[in-house]
Design a protein around this ligand. Structure first.
Ligand SMILES: C[S@@+](CC[C@H](N)C(=O)[O-])C[C@H]1O[C@@H](n2cnc3c(N)ncnc32)[C@H](O)[C@@H]1O
Length: 215
C-alpha cells in the first residue's frame, strides 16, 4: 500500500531540517545527512539507498544537460534540490497517477517544484513495457543523465525499455544510473551488452547499481 504523504507528518520537520543541511552541503552530501533523509522519508524498502543518492547528487551536479528520472520518490526531491542550484531541467516519469500527485505535493511543500513530474502509464512494446512519454517532451540529444529506479522490477522486460525508448534523446557521454542490478536489473545489463555492446560498471556495496555511459 502506497502511503499518501511523503514524508509522514510526524517526520516532516526532521526531514526538512535534513533537506536544508543537504542543500548547504551539495553536491558532497555527507552520508549521515542522506541517512536522515532516508529514515524520515518513510516508504520502507522502496526509496533509493544512500549510496545511490550520493551518486545521483554527484552526477546531477556535473551533468550539463537535462536529467530524466524513471520512477519518482525521495530521489526526485534530491534531484530537485541539486537542479535548483544549477537552473537545470529535470523530468521525472511515473506510471502511478496517485503516487505522482503525492510526490508533486511533497515537492511543492518543500519549495522544490522545479521538477516536472509526468504521469506516464506503462504501454506495451514488443517484449517489454515502458512509460508512455508524451511526444515532444524531449529534443534530440537533450538528456545527459538518466536515473532509472522504476518501474518496479516485476514489470515485463524490467527496465530494458529505458534504453531503446530514450536513445534518440541521449547525448554522447550520457550516463544511466540503473538501480537493482542484482535482481531483475542483471538481465537488463546482459541484454544491453549483447544487443548494444554496452558495458556497465557496478557500484555500491549495500545495494549495487549500474553506471552505463552512452558512447
Ligand atoms: C523503486 S520505486 C522508485 C523510488 C524512487 N526513486 C525513490 O527514491 O523513492 C519504483 C516505483 O515503485 C512504485 N512505488 C513506490 N512506492 C511504492 C509502494 N510503497 N508500494 C508499491 N509501489 C510503490 C512507484 O510507482 C515507483 O515509481
Amino acid at each position: 500500500m502506497i502511503p499518501k504523504h511523503y514524508p509522514p507528518t510526524e517526520a516532516c520537520d526532521r526531514f526538512f531540517a535534513a533537506l536544508q543541511e543537504a542543500d548547504r552541503s551539495a553536491p558532497q552530501i555527507p552520508s549521515e545527512i542522506l541517512t536522515k533523509l532516508c529514515t524520515n522519508w518513510g516508504n520502507e524498502g522502496w526509496p533509493a539507498k544512500e549510496e545511490l543518492l550520493a551518486a545521483i547528487a554527484a552526477h546531477a551536479w556535473e551533468t550539463p544537460g537535462t536529467i530524466l528520472e524513471c520512477g519518482c520518490g525521495l530521489s526526485t526531491v534530491l534531484l530537485a534540490l541539486i537542479a535548483r542550484h544549477k537552473g537545470q531541467r529535470v523530468v521525472s516519469i511515473e506510471h502511478q497517477g496517485d503516487y505522482a500527485t503525492s510526490i508533486r505535493s511533497t515537492l511543492r511543500r518543500f519549495d522544490l517544484a522545479n521538477v516536472e513530474v509526468l504521469f506516464c502509464p506503462l504501454v506495451a512494446h514488443e517484449d517489454y513495457d515502458w512509460y508512455e512519454i508524451p511526444e515532444g517532451t524531449f529534443g534530440e540529444q537533450e538528456i545527459s543523465l538518466v536515473v532509472c529506479d522504476g518501474p518496479p522490477e516485476a514489470t515485463r522486460g524490467c527496465r530494458h525499455g529505458v534504453l531503446p525508448v530514450t536513445l534518440p534523446f541521449l547525448r554522447h557521454g550520457a550516463v544511466i544510473l540503473l538501480d537493482d542490478v542484482q535482481a531483475g536489473g542483471a538481465s537488463v545489463l546482459a541484454r544491453w551488452k549483447k544487443e548494444y555492446g554496452l558495458d556497465a560498471v557496478i557500484e555500491g556495496v549495500v545495494k549495487p547499481y549500474g553506471r552505463i555511459v552512452i558512447p
